[in-house]
Design a protein around this ligand. Sequence first.
Ligand code: COA
Length: 177
Amino acid sequence: MTQLLIGTIVESEYDLAKEVVKEAFLNEEHTDGREHELIGKIRKSLEYNAELEVVAKTERGKILGHAMMSEVMVNSEEQSNVVLALAPVSVLPEYQKKGIGKALIEALEYRAYENGYIGVVVLGHAEYYQKLGYHKASEFGIEPPFDVPDENFMFKYLWDHPTKEIRGIVHYPEAFL
Ligand SMILES: CC(C)(COP(=O)(O)OP(=O)(O)OC[C@H]1O[C@@H](n2cnc3c(N)ncnc32)[C@H](O)[C@@H]1OP(=O)(O)O)[C@@H](O)C(=O)NCCC(=O)NCCS
């Protein structure tokens, strides 16, 4: 494959990115097929951070993948903290398993870390996210607000020595509901 470029999405790429998201999820089992709508909703929300929406493209500008993170709250009786939710992550079917998803996620994690965010939650394939350093969120005392298999709801601290431990129930904003 030619060189892969990862960069912040620009408005002129919104339509193409939407198609990539739609196509990526076409053959997915656990999906409502509305991830392309989700990205539009997140963009309009207060929880959106434009630096945390990236695309992977070829030197000629063909978009092969897209990923975004946005803010969610983790609430308990004692504390309330902002973390990020990684969703969705999409790679065109014919370009999957070539490292593009991993490159997108690592780019977002780096940006998130640089922006001072402490951790990331994700709902998805356990095997895939484990390879990227995510663990069952329940092991950290972080719970989803809905019923999902324990191994599919995961969390990762972005810091080796986090300044605080985050615990509680994740509260997704309106855009996700
Ligand atoms: C899931 C997805 C984003 C992964 O992107 P990708 O570019 O195919 O993945 P990568 O090539 O970066 O994979 C990194 C590693 O995970 C493995 N992997 C990829 N997809 C996997 C899957 N579904 N389950 C388990 N492992 C997987 C790869 O083999 C690779 O392992 P290695 O590092 O040991 O070689 C992509 O397959 C996709 O768009 N799928 C459809 C939409 C979707 O399910 N999105 C995620 C929702 S949580």
